[in-house]
Design a protein around this ligand. Sequence first.
Ligand code: AMP
Ligand code: GLY
Length: 420
Amino acid sequence: MLGSGGREHALAWKLAQSPTLTRLFAAPGNPGIAQCAELVTLDATNHEACIRFCEENTVELVVIGPEAPLVDGLGNSLRAANIAVFGPDKAAAQLEGSKGFTKDLCARANIPTGGYIRTTSLDEATGALSKFDAPYVLKADGLAAGKGVVIAATLEEAEAALADMFGGQFGEAGAEVVIEEFLDGEEASFFALTDGETIIPFGTAQDHKRVGEGDVGPNTGGMGAYSPAPVLTPELQARAMQEILRPTVDTMRAEGMPYSGVLYLGLMLTKDGPQLIEYNCRFGDPECQVLMMRLQGDLAAIMLACAKGELASAAADFAEETALTVVMAAEGYPASAKKGGAINLGDAEAEGAKVFHAGTAIKDGQLVANGGRVLNVTATGANVTAAQEAAYVAVDAISFESGFCRRDIGWREVAREKGA
Ligand code: AMP
Ligand code: GLY
């Protein structure tokens, strides 16, 4: 397994429980992943080295956690060497790697999404703004570590943001900018596995992207999440499957870019139904952590079936209970996170909670913060209220003086549960 965050700790933790698993390597991993896998040093950008490692260790399946190696084509290189991979090829990973690619695909396949214009110069983009109303949604085309989207309240703000984007704020990723219609509604995430033909739903979640309580302040990678997301009713899931996922998977296959792996749909639940905000070609972080807490059965077997094009014979079951995760971040995140703060996990896991490691390291025998998002404190309960309570009991058992977390993860659903 490749990766080093909380998402990868959750995947490694679940893979390690798989009856079909014989040995699990992780590169580069983290101190949490080290508890369930053998850590190895491997550079994911060095495809030759990855292939050699797999051949020398008769690796049967490579699980690629983050998007960058997928967009970079590591999947192609491994498959060309006859090594099974969980994750799409380079062409299929464009669903995350290029916002413009995805919008064009939606247009060709008649998939519900906001209207858009692709632009490649500041002049063109500024001119195109007149075709939209405020708020303006501006997106750097390429990978920008989740930071490439600007929602500008006024025309002046939009023009300034476009100047920054074409001025190199996001490097190559901003050489093209997609301007998009603003969609109004509640956001939710829907996950599915596909081998290019068969699609199986793989859970729902909602996350909290803003750093501050009540969803204010700068965007982050995600400050907490819960699964399932009751707003994504079975009816809305069926619509997302039929109106968005099925045409995507069929069109990608028909156009010679079959998609294999997990598809993460960022949906806006509008009054006209679910609309696609974005695709990701990997699991969400921290959404993966709550999915893995609920997943029943053998993850290694499901992923291998997906990689081999045999998903039709696999099944994925999720426990009905709710899982909720609270991200503990290092002081200063997301602007600049303070490294090195000491962490003591105490007996946070005593009551069945699970602490996934994200940005941690061990220095002189002490667990310390080593990134922006540091820990994902995850618990389950009969509903969001109960899971939230259990997660914060675990958070309070942890000593991490230079860390912070939001205390309101799950608030929308807790309010709805109270009103029910
Ligand atoms: P993305 O990186 O595409 O997920 O965008 C980041 C965030 O911007 C999303 O989670 C939404 O909150 C918001 N967003 C993106 N596109 C739209 C849109 N067309 N309308 C409203 N909000 C959007
Ligand atoms: N939590 C949002 C993401 O993984 O993209």
